[in-house]
Design a protein around this ligand. Sequence first.
Ligand code: PHE
Length: 330
Amino acid sequence: MDEWIEKINNTCDIETLENIRIELLGKKGILTNEFLKLKNIPKEEKKEFAKKLNIQKHLITTALDEQKTFLEKELLKQKLKNEKIDVTKFNNSLQCGALHPVASTMDTVITYFQNLNFSVEEGPLVEDDFHNFEALNLPKYHPARDMQDTFYNKDYTLLRTHTSPVQIRTMLKQKPPIRMIAPGTVFRRDFDLTHTPMFNQIEGLVVDSADKISFANLKHTLVEFLEYMFGDINIRFRPSFFPFTEPSAEVDISCVFCKSKGCRVCSHTGWLEVLGCGIVDENVFKSIGYDNVSGYAFGLGIERFAMLKHNIGDLRSLFESDLRLLGQFR
Ligand code: PHE
């Protein structure tokens, strides 16, 4: 019996232990067999024999139980050791970020115009009435102010509704010839599928001596630019109105989603409006004391360009920071 106890105590895994249990105490086990012998043993020896067997059985089951508990504990210890998390360990699999589609589109447009020798100008986000409206031929109570729902502050300042005030600031600061773009954030009280209260624009302004700048210059610059941005597209200039340009136009490109067949994005017209432009109005030059000059200006919305370039359907998704969307631009 001692041999068996020793064997049990030296067992290293639960499966072997179970096999030993079956070998001894199973239906055909060695000890079970001994118990069966009881009925053939003479009465006087029976008691003694049964006592011996019971003690043996007790010793064996105790040894089996103890060894099983011991092995289970060891197994748990091993498991905990293997599954331990080292929170201080450096994780090499960090994922790289990428530029947001709005930022990368902004960069593309800025670089394009920098290569054409345009300077990059900036202005404040909190503007005054003069720069945002008055100097741009938008006098107080002019109905065209309704085109841009403005956020006003208590001190008569406002959040700029477009990047056009940077035209005024740059012309006051520099002398012609001027060739500039002004990228930046603008604000309007508008919120739906295609409008957010904050978005980004790029303004363009070219000013030179009188009669030097014509609509043909404007058209050439914008056609080249749009073909660079969108590749093989049709472009049309549609007469429009802006207080600060005369004549004014809005520029449409053939729908990049449906190739002009008509879809939800282009409202089944086959065309997408992408920017506003025109020849700088005389009144703008007058308001800042410029004389004998000519110029053109244009303004475009960066988010719209990013959506068209990257096939993004909902403007608001550009501001939701959803990694499932942003991960696609890595
Ligand atoms: N400022 C105009 C807008 O925000 C765009 C524009 C800029 C139009 C310059 C003409 C010339 O809608």
